[in-house]
Design a protein around this ligand. Structure first.
Ligand SMILES: Nc1ncnc2c1ncn2[C@@H]1O[C@H](COP(=O)(O)OP(=O)(O)OP(=O)(O)O)[C@@H](O)[C@H]1O
Length: 250
């Protein structure tokens, strides 16, 4: 479980996060949603240590990460898988080399063990036999899947994903969501996803944090979201006429 307590983050004069606390449980798809600029990516970066919170703590299974130095953080970092926007694949490396990147860096496995793991992960994301392709030869959805394969290569306990659906068509978005959900449940991963996508919210939102102006404004499940009377959340989720009509049928 990941626990964040009273997280503040300030950039200069701009107080972006204003005291956010939450718990993210294993085997659950924890989603962070909110309007543009509400602080979602900043919160994700504070949790994984890409930003230091101005105040507050982040703990991974009871180990307080925030107060650790770089070396002390290494064992926890090895248990973190990340998929950030644009998949961040290395263009000069093949699919297989991209997936083996973390294994090369952090393990002393033999080449054949690493290849076996890469093949297993590629199979898991339905990209069997695409090992030798370069990122430029892949579609956006395939890049995301390679990004997911790379993120799970180290068998992470924690998985962080920023906007998995950006730039994807609706059908591919749903496939990516289903893949994230499946892996989370199958390997009991604590998954935290930042998303704008309402299909994801309704489809895989086991636990949802809604941020508004840097605060946790609402927290609940995808089933509860349909019946909330929180005005800002309603305005955000059911902004379109289509979603309003869908809500009436829920
Ligand atoms: N490194 C940084 N330096 C200064 N300000 C930053 C930095 N990162 C984010 N901010 C500011 O923090 C605020 C929140 O940004 P953040 O990217 O967390 O929002 P978001 O909710 O993820 O938005 P979006 O949905 O548009 O991606 C913005 O005002 C942004 O300008």
């Amino acid at each position: 479980m990941i626990e964040i307590k009273d997280i503040f983050k300030t950039f200069g004069e701009n107080e972006v996060l204003k005291g956010i606390s939450a718990q993210f449980k294993p085997g659950k798809n924890n989603l962070i949603i909110g309007g543009s600029g509400s602080g979602k990516t900043t919160l994700l970066k504070c949790i994984v240590g890409l930003h230091e919170p101005t105040k507050g703590t982040v703990s991974f299974d009871g180990q307080e990460f925030t107060s650790m130095n770089f070396t002390e953080r290494v064992p926890i970092r090895k248990e973190i898988g990340m998929l950030f926007q644009n998949s961040a694949l290395f263009d000069s490396m093949t699919v297989e080399e991209n997936i083996m990147f973390g294994l090369n860096l952090f393990t002393d496995q033999s080449r054949s063990e690493k290849l076996d793991r890469a093949n297993f992960c590629l199979d898991r994301v339905n990209l069997k036999d695409r090992n030798k392709l370069y990122p430029s030869e892949l579609s956006g959805g395939m890049k995301k899947r390679v990004g997911i394969a790379r993120a799970i290569a180290m068998q992470p306990k924690y998985l962080f994903v920023d906007e998995p659906n950006s730039g994807l068509d609706p059908k591919t978005s749903i496939l990516i969501d289903e893949l994230i959900k499946e892996l989370t449940e199958e390997y009991n991963i604590t998954t935290v996803v930042v998303t704008h996508d309402m299909n994801s919210v309704m489809g895989i939102g086991d636990h949802i944090l809604f941020l508004h102006q840097g605060q946790k404004w609402w927290e609940g499940t995808n089933k509860e979201i349909a019946h909330t009377d929180n005005k800002e959340l309603n305005d955000f989720v059911f902004a379109s006429k289509f979603m309003q009509a869908a809500k009436e049928k829920l």
